[in-house]
Design a protein around this ligand. Structure first.
Ligand SMILES: [Zn+2]
Ligand SMILES: [Zn+2]
Length: 273
């Protein structure tokens, strides 16, 4: 029996003798099955291959990014945030080895894991069991959880305070329960961590939104408008996405003007091609 892990999206499945024919997350319209055919590995095989390691970078006081090298599956980053002696892992990455465990224990361990949306659930149960902490997932995305665990706490409604200064806000859009993390940082400009629920584009002066990134399917104008209005109530100046792109200033205004541009594009009011 092995906990098979999809090599395209990094989702780990409950222990079984043979893997599924196709990954549930990948065969859905927001992802894709590997054009060469579904492939599986296991976390143990990844560790034993000695091919991978996690790079942990201190991005700013209280914030570290975690990224597996070389790239694996979706290749997202997770973030470790320390606020008032509480340590949160925002989103998750599939690879977890002893070196990573030792390093995170030196950093004080993990008190909770919170997820933006199902593409980053990956090996979240292994992480939660290793660090003995809860996993916060919006209940509207419950159907996408492949590996159930009593570590998972399904939250409901529009926001969830994890601890003072770290608050989840459901934005929807990419997934119904898609959430962003607001690191309020009292006395300083706040930081928004968005996964790819809000995506940062290459020049950092704009952000964007999608229902599906690999399949390039946009969101309706009304959904983008609703998401932008929710974000408008949050105090922040910086924004980090799941791919190590960092908007260093005026991120609040950038979200609003990007939403305006997106809606004008959808309505055919921006360009005539
Ligand atoms: Zn998959
Ligand atoms: Zn996604």
């Amino acid at each position: 029996m092995e906990e098979f892990l999809c090599t395209t999206c990094g989702t780990q499945y409950p222990a079984s003798s043979i893997p599924l024919e196709e990954c549930v997350i990948c065969k859905e319209e927001r992802q894709y099955i590997n054009p060469n055919g579904q492939e599986w590995t296991t976390l143990d095989d990844m560790v034993h291959s000695r091919k991978y390691r996690n790079k942990i970078v201190n991005e700013q006081p209280g914030l570290f990014s975690l990224k597996t090298e070389p790239d694996f599956a979706i290749s997202q980053s997770a973030y470790f945030i320390e606020e008032n002696h509480f340590r949160l892992l925002w989103d998750c990455i599939p690879f977890l080895d002893q070196e990573t465990i030792d390093r995170i224990r030196e950093m004080g361990g993990i008190d909770a894991i919170a997820l933006s949306h199902p593409h980053y659930y990956s090996t979240q149960v292994r992480w939660a069991e290793t660090f003995d902490c809860p996993i916060y997932i919006h209940e509207d995305d419950k159907e996408w959880v492949q590996q159930e665990s009593d570590k998972i706490v399904y939250w409901s409604g529009e926001e969830k305070v994890i601890t003072d200064g770290l608050v989840l806000h459901r934005l929807g859009g990419h997934y119904k329960g898609a959430a962003v993390l607001h690191w309020e940082k009292s006395g300083a400009a706040g930081v928004l961590l968005t996964g790819d629920v809000i995506q940062v584009v290459p020049d950092r002066k704009w952000i964007s939104f999608m229902y599906s990134y690999p399949n390039i399917i946009p969101l309706p104008a009304s959904t983008v408008d609703r998401m932008a209005k929710k974000v408008a109530s949050l105090r922040f100046k910086e924004l980090y996405n799941a791919f190590n792109r960092h908007v260093k200033k005026d991120a609040d205004q950038i979200v609003q003007r990007s939403a305006d541009r997106y809606i004008r594009a959808l309505k055919g009011e921006w360009f005539n091609t």
